[in-house]
Design a protein around this ligand. Structure first.
Ligand SMILES: Cc1cc2nc3c(=O)[nH]c(=O)nc-3n(C[C@H](O)[C@H](O)[C@H](O)COP(=O)(O)OP(=O)(O)OC[C@H]3O[C@@H](n4cnc5c(N)ncnc54)[C@H](O)[C@@H]3O)c2cc1C
Length: 422
């Protein structure tokens, strides 16, 4: 009989690693979280903080290919691909294209729904019960459009969300929108879809608070500690080799089970995992600043410009853009300008000085719009939880619960099949 799982190492301390640590600690396991950098400083740090069950439909859906093609032709557009001869990127793009159909939209939609719904409920009670200071607000979210044509083009998505998922939205005219949100410049927006049940928060503050809570419960965090390889006998990993900053030699850490929540970095570990992880880094940017005088009350997505605006109690953030440029670490001022010009078009006071932070993050993008939450094919005690696309924050709690169930071998609360490695 195999030894029961007692201690586990989580590799990658982003929001997915933290949520996984939370549920495994609750299941009675001894948990260590390691990160090659600082905890929570990857893609989970400067994101837009939106928690939207309305994000059920995945990015690969009918009509997206044509839209993306035209978006790419616009040098000032939010979407771009850095042209290069990278077989992995082209393989990923072909796979993405093959998923842009209604069948995938339905399958991925169901998988995303299960993660989104539990996570939305979990955050609402967890943040209140544990008094986590993260600017949590449940005001809904506005999807804003600049023309009648694009506003009405959303009608079928509204119908789908309403009829198949029970997520209703209110369609607002430009005038109704301006009455509801006086931060808009008059006469610019044609209207919006208002999702009342959506919420928002400040992700970096959530991570700080959640990490502290977990530390108090005995979870150990080890920063500047890079995973290098598995130490394995047959199909079971006995531990991992890590390299700590400043140490001369790699070191071995022992564990009964290992969770790999390394976000966009995960395919760099393909050789170790013995499988191909279909993730590409989808680079996005954000700018964080103090709240302007005429600050919007509601978080919003300017859908035609693809810019998200998050008013937080402790600040104000513009975010978005999607760039497939590999693991490029530069901050491109032209991409940041897309955030500025998008918000300038709609808002009376679109930003405020001084800028506190300009930031980029690599979204872990999968071609089917679903994360991978699955045992690694080569090891019976390694679970991969990566590829959360644009919804990692809003699906982290359900992911963490699912990870804990896979690690402990308990019956899963949700159908595991959509997230398996294929
Ligand atoms: C501009 C922007 C806006 C966004 N807005 C939203 C939003 O409003 N709502 C939402 O839900 N999502 C949003 N997202 C997406 C969300 O941020 C991601 O889906 C999520 O952060 C992914 O979390 P993660 O834990 O998988 O990855 P990460 O947060 O990137 O964590 C992975 C960690 O693994 C570590 N790591 C990697 N390799 C190793 C190794 N070998 N050894 C040790 N450690 C390693 C990294 O250092 C990193 O800390 C946004 C993203 C961007 C870029």
């Amino acid at each position: 009989m195999s030894k029961p799982i007692e201690d586990v190492i989580v590799i990658g301390g982003g929001i997915i690693g933290l949520a996984s640590a939370h549920f495994m600690q609750q299941a009675g396991l001894k948990v260590r979280v390691i990160d090659q950098g600082e905890i929570g400083k990857g893609c989970s740090h400067g994101n837009c903080g939106l928690i939207c069950p309305s994000h059920v439909p995945p990015l690969p859906r009918p009509g997206v290919l044509l839209k993306s093609f035209f978006a790419m032709l616009n040098p000032k557009g939010a979407f771009s691909i850095k042209p290069r001869l990278d077989p992995r990127l082209w393989g990923w793009l072909f796979s993405f294209a093959s998923h842009c159909n209604s069948n995938n939209m339905r399958i991925a939609g169901k998988g995303r729904e299960a993660l989104l719904m539990f996570s939305r409920e979990f955050y609402a009670s967890f943040i209140e019960e544990e008094s986590i200071d993260c600017d949590w607000e449940q005001l809904g979210c506005l999807f804003v459009y600049g023309s009648e044509k694009t506003l009405d083009a959303y009608d079928p998505v509204d119908k789908l969300l309403r009829e198949e998922y029970g997520i209703p939205a209110q369609k607002l005219t430009g005038q109704e929108l301006e009455q509801m949100e006086p931060a808009f410049r008059p006469g610019v927006a044609s209207g919006a879809w208002y999702y009342k049940q959506d919420a928002h928060m400040r992700a970096d503050k959530l991570i700080t608070g959640w990490k502290k809570l977990l530390q108090n419960r005995g979870v150990e965090f080890i920063e500047h500690c890079e995973f290098k390889q598995f130490v394995a006998t047959g199909s079971s990993a006995q531990g991992i080799m890590v390299q700590r900053n400043g140490a001369d030699q790699p070191e071995q850490l022992r564990a009964d089970a290992i969770v790999l929540s390394t976000g966009a970095w995960t395919p760099l570990l393909n050789r170790e995992l013995g499988c191909r992880i279909p993730i590409q880094p989808g680079k996005g940017y954000s700018i964080t600043m103090p709240r302007p005088e005429i600050c919007p009350r509601y978080p919003m997505i300017l859908e035609d410009e693809k810019v998200a605006i998050t008013p937080m109690q402790s600040g104000y953030r513009l975010g978005s853009t999607m760039e497939f440029a590999g693991y490029d670490r530069s901050i491109n001022p032209d991409r940041l300008n897309i955030l500025r010009t998008g918000s300038e078009k709609y808002l009376r006071e679109p930003y405020c000085e001084p800028i506190e932070e300009t930031w980029y993050g690599w979204r872990p993008m999968t071609p089917n719009g679903l994360p991978i939450i699955s045992h690694a094919p080569r090891f019976s005690n390694v679970v991969i939880a990566a590829g959360h696309n644009m919804i990692g924050l809003m699906t982290a709690p359900a992911t963490g619960r699912h990870v804990a169930e896979l690690v402990t071998g308990t019956k899963t609360c949700i159908d595991a099949s959509p997230y398996l490695i294929r």
